[in-house]
Ligand binder design. Structure first.
Ligand code: ZN
Ligand code: ZN
Length: 266
């Protein structure tokens, strides 16, 4: 199996390195293809998203790299869409990841204090989780979205401070319902190691109980590092692949330039 990573960031949003540095890192790591996924413009959030005026420049640079590296590595121009995006219709990207980074104007994964504040203003962890998964599951109605980004993002800090009891029936019901709705709409779920490379977690998103449920309902997965620096391009891919196998998945879904196709997980 040749590895593919469709989720990473660059200096066009909150990443540390250029798109070309990410492509070169993917080449060094032996990937067959690499997609850079721009954080879409969100009003008032230029600190971590791409400003509206920069979007075309990003697309032009990705198309340049696509041509420059043809025959060595496939390069795709992606978007990490957000439910708080400036607009629904987007310029022509090769594929789109759908994510939810904010709830009621509060960041979900800025730091543990902000995450705790988000829970408090939404009336407790149970209600916050229900609102998050309701909002995320609305992406089922967005046919342009292929991949669900970091499905259980609110649990980012749970290994340090347990903000959500993920074994609680209410939490599990909300997560399962969103998973079932999104999977029925054909969305692929990423196994995402982004919080591992940034030192917050030792295990990827989503947690094993959710992945096992996804497997039980016939869901599909891919593996992404959500790297924000070139040296994290293949962070914990071994661990993600082992987790997928342990949860019963026998294949990963990879983008081939037109569609997502199954690749045996061997
Ligand atoms: Zn994200
Ligand atoms: Zn991302």
């Amino acid at each position: 199996m040749t590895r593919q990573n469709l989720h990473c960031h660059t200096t066009f949003d909150d990443g540390k390195d250029s798109p070309e540095a990410m492509v070169l890192a993917a080449l060094r790591a032996g990937f067959g293809s690499i997609g850079v996924s721009l954080h879409c413009p969100i009003a008032g959030e230029d600190a971590w998203t791409c400003p509206v005026g920069e979007e075309q420049r990003f697309i032009d640079e990705m198309r340049r790299l696509q041509t420059a590296y043809a025959g060595r590595i496939a390069v795709w121009c992606g978007l990490e869409y957000d439910m708080d995006a400036v607009r629904r219709s987007v310029p022509p990207y090769d594929y789109i990841i759908g994510s939810c980074h904010m709830l009621g104007g509060f960041p979900i994964d800025a730091d543990p204090e902000e995450a705790a504040l988000l829970i408090a203003v939404h009336g407790g962890e149970r209600r916050a989780a229900e609102l998050y998964y309701e909002r995320l599951s609305a992406m089922a109605d967005y046919p342009e979205i292929s991949i669900v980004g970091h499905f259980d993002l609110p649990t980012k800090y749970n290994e340090r401070v347990q903000l959500y009891d993920t074994a609680a029936p209410a939490y599990r019901d909300a997560a399962f319902a969103a998973m079932e709705k999104l999977s029925a709409a054909g969305k692929i779920f990423e196994i995402n190691s982004g919080a591992i490379s940034r030192g917050w977690r030792t295990s990827p998103y989503p947690e094993p109980a959710l992945l096992r449920h996804l497997r039980d309902i016939g869901g599909r997965v891919c593996i992404c590092s959500d790297a924000h620096a070139a040296d994290a391009i293949d962070c914990a891919f071994d661990r993600c692949e082992a987790l997928a196998r342990a949860c019963g998945f026998e294949e990963l879904w990879q983008f081939d330039g037109r569609d997502f196709v199954p690749v045996p997980l061997i």
